[in-house]
Design a protein around this ligand. Structure first.
Ligand code: ATP
Ligand code: MG
Length: 676
């Protein structure tokens, strides 16, 4: 395998690490290949990507075969995958396994947040595939019999991370309902507006859940939301906390009581739905503006999940898989609720916070259940780094064999931390690039297909059948080593589905994703990326957040990456402010690691660090120390709010903002310095 030790290339990413150096995992038992072999395989896949997807589709179970792999619909850039075919996702995730030895295999291990005085979880529930199917059947039966819910009806789900969340999504899929999940941390307004957007007929929710040692009372929020939702006829309430909560007669039904009306063995045949049938509508994170509601089909999605679970996660039915994402995000849909169950794995589900009761909670979970595949995020990783290495090292993590990350670009030092400390150099570590719109991973390293040499922080290469590229403003491919805009040049299964791609706003679908390069049919992802000289893609920020400093273009992430490689910095967000001479200059909001205090010296040091370690043009003109950054509830940095603070402009849509005090703190920090 070629090994190349290279200097930091300041044109690529801003961190003092050997970014161009390959990192290898000698212990990796799975398939591996060099870059050129993988590229040859990839090029071949693009010659007839339909044949590839069809081959994968045949590995699933269909009630009826398809007539064509991909067909246009009446709506531009919305395709129907596997037209003529019909299937059911709950059949694929459950019944198919229950007919085999996996019937008595554990499908779900759930851990509640509360612990005893020794730090052991007070509640653990394990459900085998057979038991999970029984629960799904019971709920589906009740929804069908009691409320008359049937294929095509719309339901909203507002549930914490409890087994019933998975049961609900699978039961909805079983009946052919179209669901929308609203993250359980969202407010009454967000809940009611999503319900109204969808016209949902029923809502499945809970009385509450535990978060950071406290009880969050969900039903109170629900009751406030339901005052403005004329379409909701029935509400099912899971008693997670067992607290008393007001129940409106005729509308609200406690889950246990509802189920007790029917025999334990009640079951419903999985309803075969046509491949293009909408499984769910889901909104994006709102990092860059008003969230967009995307429609997801069934057949194409199932095929994409099957392919990516195999290639990206190398999953098999011996794996214990854990992705701590909430079911409120697309990651929770694709890679918690559906993907791993399609493949017959054991899925871990944890209700609570990363640092409750102690900083080592995550690692105790990995150790307790022998997690072999971990799918994490850069935000969680940086938090763990801030907590301290001893939380990791005191646990036996030898069960881990693969680590992937998603959500934002991962800075090389965080990648290295996962690779060296968590994975002990034995586990491939990757940063899977995808978005709500894509339904599943598009760019990654592919340990399950053939592991190419890794680099610390790269996204890797496009998956077989996926024509991802980095292009210039005109849509032409950039040369290796250059920066540009990330596009997907061909349709893929799992992409926004019929009838209109984007829910309730069909025109926005075309405008948002396809208008950028007229006549080219490229899906414009909205991300700014670098393609290095090996062809590896590094997403380096949002296209509309790119800084133009003295004629040079810099991704926000490049500068942030440089800052967080300083030993005192744990997180950073960079935005541009206008500058009379340079056009724009970066300013940085920085969170310090525990044990470091803000000072003028440190401010100067951070600026020098970027200037000397990365590039003089990247040096932040101002550094503001804050205790937290504004983030979406899924943990992504909302740079647009910091820009609004700097420009003194209105904040825009903040429905998905986690903590409003973070913006206030940034405003105060900003105003405390003379920035004129
Ligand atoms: P909105 O579209 O409402 O602004 P959002 O883009 O954050 O919100 P998501 O669909 O949850 O909503 O996130 C997708 C985006 O997350 C991608 O476009 C990209 O910017 C970022 N992203 C996800 N994974 C990665 C990764 N591995 N590396 C770099 N960026 C990533
Ligand atoms: Mg987006």
């Amino acid at each position: 395998m070629p090994r190349r030790r290279t200097i930091v290339n300041p044109e690529i990413l801003g961190e003092s690490l050997p970014l161009d150096e390959f990192v290898e995992v000698p212990d990796w038992q799975g398939p591996r290949s060099d870059i050129s072999s993988y590229k040859a395989l990839h090029a071949k896949s693009l010659l007839d990507s339909g044949a590839q997807w069809e081959k994968l589709a045949k590995e699933l179970e269909w009630s009826r075969g398809w007539d064509s792999v991909v067909s246009p619909t009446g709506h531009p850039h919305v395709y129907e995958w596997f037209r003529g075919g019909s299937l059911n996702l709950s059949n694929l995730a459950l019944d198919r396994h229950v007919r085999t030895w996996r019937k008595n295999k554990v499908a779900l291990i759930w851990e509640g947040e509360p612990t005893d005085e020794n730090g052991a979880p007070k509640e653990v529930r394990k459900l085998t595939y057979g038991e999970l199917l029984r629960e799904v059947n019971r709920l589906a039966f009740a929804l069908k019999t009691k409320f008359g819910l049937k294929k095509g009806d719309k339901v909203a789900v507002y549930l914490p991370l409890i087994p019933e969340a998975i049961v609900t999504l699978l039961a909805a899929a079983r009946l052919g309902l179209t669901f929308t999940v609203v993250f359980s941390g969202y407010s009454a307004d967000s809940l009611s507006s999503r319900i109204n957007d969808m016209g949902a007929k029923a809502l499945i929710t809970a009385d509450g859940f535990y978060r950071r040692g406290r009880q969050v009372r969900l039903k109170e929020i629900v009751d406030a939301a339901l005052e403005q939702t004329p379409t909701i006829e029935e509400v099912v309430v899971v008693k997670r906390l067992g607290i008393p909560c007001p129940m409106r007669a005729g509308r609200d039904f406690e889950l246990k009581a509802l189920l007790s009306e029917y025999p334990v063995g009640a079951s419903v045949e999985p309803e075969p739905v046509e491949s293009g049938h909408p499984l769910y509508v889901l909104y994006t994170s709102g990092t860059t503006g008003k969230p967009k509601g995307l429609i997801r089909d069934t057949g194409g999605y199932a095929v994409l999940l099957h392919a990516t679970m195999k290639w990206v996660f190398d999953i098999n039915d011996k794996d214990v898989y854990w992705c701590p994402a909430d079911i409120g995000w697309v990651t929770g849909h694709s890679y918690v609720a559906f993907g791993p169950l399609l493949e017959g794995a054991t899925v871990v589900l944890y209700e609570g916070a990363i640092d409750t009761p102690q900083y080592d909670r995550w690692w105790s979970i990995v150790e307790r259940y022998g997690v072999s595949i971990l799918y994490t995020t850069p935000t969680a990783t940086r938090s763990q780094m801030k907590f301290g290495d001893e939380n990791v090292t005191k646990h036996d993590l030898s069960s881990l064999r693969l680590i992937q990350s998603v959500g934002e670009a991962i800075n090389p030092s965080a990648w290295m931390w996962l690779f060296r400390l968590v994975g002990r150099g034995r586990c491939p570590v990757g940063s899977t690039w995808w978005m709500t719109e894509t339904g599943g991973v598009m760019i990654s390293i592919l340990p399950g297909l053939s592991l190419i040499p890794m680099k610390a922080g790269t996204n890797g290469l496009a998956l077989p059948g996926i024509d991802a590229d980095v292009v210039d403003e005109k849509g032409d491919s950039v040369a290796p080593g250059a920066k540009g805009l990330l596009v997907l040049k061909n349709p893929w299964p799992g992409m926004p589905g019929p009838p209109t791609g984007m829910y309730g706003d069909p025109e926005r679908y075309e405008k948002q994703y396809f208008a950028r390069f007229p006549g080219r049919d490229f899906f414009f992802c909205g991300d700014y990326a670098v393609k290095d000289r090996d062809g590896y893609i590094w997403v380096a920020g949002r296209a509309d957040e790119v800084l133009k400093v003295a004629g040079h273009r810099l991704g926000t992430f490049e500068i942030e990456s440089s800052i967080v490689s300083h030993h005192a910095a744990s997180e950073a967000a960079v935005v541009a402010i206008p500058d009379a001479i340079k056009g724009e200059v970066p300013i940085a909001f920085v969170v310090l690691k525990q044990g470091f205090n803000a000072s003028e010296e440190l401010r100067g040091e951070v600026r020098r660090w970027v200037r000397d370690g990365f590039s003089p043009i990247a040096e932040p003109s101002r550094v503001f120390f804050v205790s937290k950054l504004p983030k979406t509830r899924s943990g992504k940095i909302m740079r647009r709010l910091l820009r609004a603070v700097a420009e003194g402009k209105p904040l825009g849509d903040i429905a998905t903002l986690e903590d409003e005090t973070s913006v206030e703190e940034a405003r105060l920090a900003y105003q405390s310095l003379d920035v004129r």
